[in-house]
Ligand binder design. Structure first.
Ligand SMILES: NC(=O)c1ccc[n+]([C@@H]2O[C@H](COP(=O)([O-])OP(=O)(O)OC[C@H]3O[C@@H](n4cnc5c(N)ncnc54)[C@H](O)[C@@H]3O)[C@@H](O)[C@H]2O)c1
Length: 256
């Protein structure tokens, strides 16, 4: 993340942060951003090579970074990875539920097993990560959870009804947990990305038609980059956002 003219959050220094799906895409920008702030960064991902390379690079630069290869749809494996990271870094005080998979699906072809698998990668793990780290946050007197939503379902995008359902459910999960955990000083928010120019989006979807759609829909002329999303996550994890909870924070260049 380019640091020039960017905010520094003293409260993030030394703070144990857990990020799912941190090896590539927006997750990589999150890992880099929190490491730059001096946080203790734990992250999990399916992608072992990319995850290891990122952790090694940041550790060599002086960061406190731990990576565990893990499929977050395997809840027992995910719980084990979280426990291992917490042994190294201490109880998680900021959780960023970022991992997801937006693979397109035709509603005609969906089987019950496929349906469950999409929900598992786009919604279920976030609940169980909150369940795993909340006791430590409660004991510490507070914490911050950042769940990842999407503008996709808000703007009625087609082609991925189960992804859209799961992301809409994330917004509801945020609201309910914000109530239950707020009494313990834990804040729970949804970070809502617009169309973000990750490698996956550029490789799969960004063509002339997509660029025309973005130019037409966004109020701002630029492109939303992974770092733009990471910067909002830093704010939401830091004490600077201490009275923000149960909200959506949209970073989409003004998509209307
Ligand atoms: N890129 C966008 O335009 C956009 C738009 C709206 C919302 N979002 C949301 O932002 C978040 C990040 O999206 P992204 O674009 O960086 O996605 P991405 O597909 O580029 O990266 C996702 C990361 O999660 C990992 N991952 C996927 N399944 C996993 C699993 N089962 N276990 C562990 N790790 C797994 C992947 O290996 C990858 O590193 C997601 O929650 C996504 O829904 C992205």
């Amino acid at each position: 993340m380019g640091t020039e003219n960017m905010a520094n959050y003293p409260s993030l220094k030394g703070r144990p942060v857990l990020i799912s799906g941190g090896a590539t895409g927006i997750g990589e920008a999150l890992v880099r951003g929190f490491a730059e702030q001096g946080a203790k960064v734990g992250f999990v991902d399916l992608a072992e090579t990319e995850g290891k390379m990122l952790a090694d690079e940041l550790a060599a630069a002086g960061g406190t970074v731990a990576f565990r290869q893990c499929d977050v749809t395997d809840i027992e494996a995910y719980r084990k990875a979280i426990a291992e990271i917490e042994i190294l870094h201490g109880p998680t005080l900021a959780l960023v539920n970022n991992a997801a998979n937006d693979t397109r699906h035709d509603w005609r072809d969906v089987t019950p097993d496929y349906y469950d698998a999409r929900v598992a990668v786009n919604l279920r793990h976030s609940f169980f990560a909150i369940q795993a780290v909340a006791p430590g946050m409660i004991a510490a007197g507070g914490g911050s959870v950042v769940n990842f939503g999407s503008i996709g379902w808000m703007k009625a995008s087609g082609g991925y009804p189960i992804y859209a359902s799961s992301k809409a459910a994330v917004h509801g999960m945020t609201r309910s947990f914000a109530r239950d955990l707020g009494k313990h000083g834990i804040r729970v928010n949804t970070l809502v990305p617009g169309w973000v120019m990750t490698k996956r989006q550029l490789d799969l979807w960004i063509d002339d038609a997509a660029n025309a759609e973005i130019d037409n829909a966004q109020c701002l002329a630029g492109r939303v980059l992974p770092d733009d999303i990471a910067r909002m996550a830093l704010f939401l994890a830091a004490d600077d956002s201490r009275m923000c909870t149960a909200q959506n924070f949209v970073v989409d260049g003004g998509w209307v």
